[in-house]
Design a protein around this ligand. Structure first.
Ligand code: NAD
Length: 479
């Protein structure tokens, strides 16, 4: 379904994120017919470029980062024809008049802040002061949204002094993933799961976001952040909210976000004993360790976090949520595993093994869902039980239709034009998330906590395995 015609200004339109994700994504939506012909994309940055030069930059970006669609020359030329470039200094006053003159009435105006976070406030203020934005304009704000509660609050105040909350789209691209939305469809669109979704039937929940890459190239930036700020406070907590929230009265932005906020507010502070911090060491073949990548031989910044937390409400009383994320781990995997309780009693004589149903929501790779169920081992060997996955990989189940599934950025950008904020974080959610992570970080700093070194290509430090082992549980394999 096409969105209404728009003018989208991408501040930082020559940057890495714009070239890798935003522009190739917009081209895919253009080809799919979602972006109306009369819409325009206006790239903007501090350097001088003509429209023609900018089209070449974008064409090169699509050739490098686009999929098969990059060979579709006819559509590519039509798409490039919708592109313009204006030189604007986000932190100064140059270029704003030119940008203002370019904006059209009668179309949606959206402004994507794909620049460093120090410029977010300056951009909002200038958009307003130079009259570039109108009352229906939308701004899209990238991560990181603050580095603690105080800075997030300050940024919220700045943005809200120029824009209404309903105009502010704080991106967490995890929420744009197909499977993440499927998580809500599964929970609230089936009669099967919701009755079991509580502490009577669920033993624990594991959320894993594992990366194989290190911080190569962006070490200096990352070193000021660390895994807690860069991954847990936003992506992992958003996943936690969706898995744990109460059913909203309807699938509508504020109804959903109200429920997510309640989850964050019900989170118990994390106990020091239930926290593991890690940092990747040098590889056995001499590959650089975190400290070399970060350019600081004494860095205490973590590239890995594992923790156990609890949600203080009726539904989840006593159910641990285990979260972990890290770089340079053994595989690139993101998943949520809902581990159901053991069967109370087995009627099958000699069956000693504990059988558990596990619902796994895979975000990466092979987005999909599988449900581990117990069945009889095939063959004449009597009633021997085995656990097998009922696998639903979307690409297999949906066939060719799955190919046109928009990626996270594409979907979220189109939601901006549709005025749908359901998959964007509200200001109070972001603040509540910082209010929960701030004491964890402050505790590490106060104690001078040194992260545990772990070997690249593993599942993280041994303490992470111990965190579950102590509770007589274990992490699922990262594969
Ligand atoms: P980048 O450094 O590659 O690009 C920054 C862009 O901003 C460039 O186009 C640059 O010309 C422009 N710019 C810098 N100063 C400016 C000024 N004063 N006025 C106008 N333009 C200016 O950065 P990036 O990796 O594209 O990241 C952009 C934002 O997106 C950051 O907030 C980052 O944290 C966030 N982000 C990036 C990624 C990613 O994969 N790259 C992922 C998630 C979030």
């Amino acid at each position: 379904i096409p969105v209404d015609p728009f003018d989208l200004v991408i501040f930082g339109g020559t940057g890495d994120l714009a070239r890798r994700k935003i522009l190739p994504g917009l081209f895919r939506r253009f080809r799919a017919g979602t972006m109306p012909e009369e819409s325009r994309i206006i790239g903007s940055a501090r350097s001088e470029h003509t429209d023609e030069e900018y089209r070449q930059i974008v064409s090169d970006a699509i050739a490098e980062f686009g999929g098969d669609e990059k060979d579709d020359k006819t559509n590519l030329d039509a798409f490039l024809g919708r592109l313009h470039y204006v030189r604007v200094d986000a932190a100064g006053d140059e270029g704003w008049e030119d940008l203002s003159a370019l904006m059209r009435d009668g179309v949606i105006r959206a402004f994507y802040f794909s620049v460093g976070p120090s410029l977010f406030g300056a951009l909002a203020e200038r958009l307003h002061r130079h009259g570039v934005a109108d009352d229906d304009s939308r701004i899209v704000v990238e991560k990181p949204f603050g580095r603690d509660l105080a800075s997030a609050r300050e940024l919220n105040e700045t943005l809200r002094s120029h824009f209404d909350e309903h105009q502010i789209y704080r991106i967490d691209h995890y929420l744009g993933k197909e499977t993440v939305q499927n998580l809500m469809a599964i929970r609230f669109g089936n009669v099967l799961f919701e009755p079991l979704w509580n502490n009577h039937y669920i033993d624990h929940i594991q959320i894993t976001v594992a990366e194989t890459v290190g911080v190569e190239g962006r070490g200096a930036y990352y070193d000021k952040s660390g895994a807690m700020r860069d991954m847990v406070q936003n992506h992992l907590m958003q996943l936690l909210c969706l898995i744990a929230m109460e059913p909203p009265a309807m699938y509508e932005a504020d109804a959903v976000r109200d429920e997510k906020l309640k989850v964050i507010r019900a989170l118990q502070p994390v106990d020091y004993h239930h926290l593991v911090r890690g940092q990747y060491d040098q590889g056995t073949e001499g590959e650089p360790g975190y400290r070399e990548d970060a350019g600081d031989p004494r860095s205490f910044t973590e590239s890995f976090v594992a923790l156990r937390c609890h949600i203080n409400n009726w539904r989840w009383a006593g159910v641990p949520f285990y979260l972990r994320t890290g770089k340079k781990l053994k595989a690139r995997t993101s998943e949520i595993a809902v581990v159901f309780q053991d069967l109370g009693h087995s009627i099958f004589e000699g069956d000693e093994k504990r059988h558990r149903n596990i619902l796994v929501i895979r975000l990466q790779p092979n987005e999909g869902i599988d449900l581990q169920v117990t069945i009889k081992e095939p063959g004449p060997g009597g009633m021997r039980l085995i656990d097998v996955p009922l696998d639903m990989t979307f690409a297999d189940a949906l066939g060719p239709e799955a190919e046109d599934v928009p990626d996270a950025y594409e979907r979220l950008i189109m939601d901006v034009f549709r005025g749908n904020q359901t998959l964007f974080m509200r200001g109070d959610e972001v603040e509540a998330a910082w209010a929960w992570t701030d004491p964890i970080i402050a505790g590490w700093e106060a104690r001078g906590d040194v992260p545990k070194l772990y070997e690249p290509g593993t599942a993280g430090p041994d303490d992470s395995a111990m965190l579950l082992h102590r509770d007589n549980r274990r992490w699922r394999d990262i594969k």
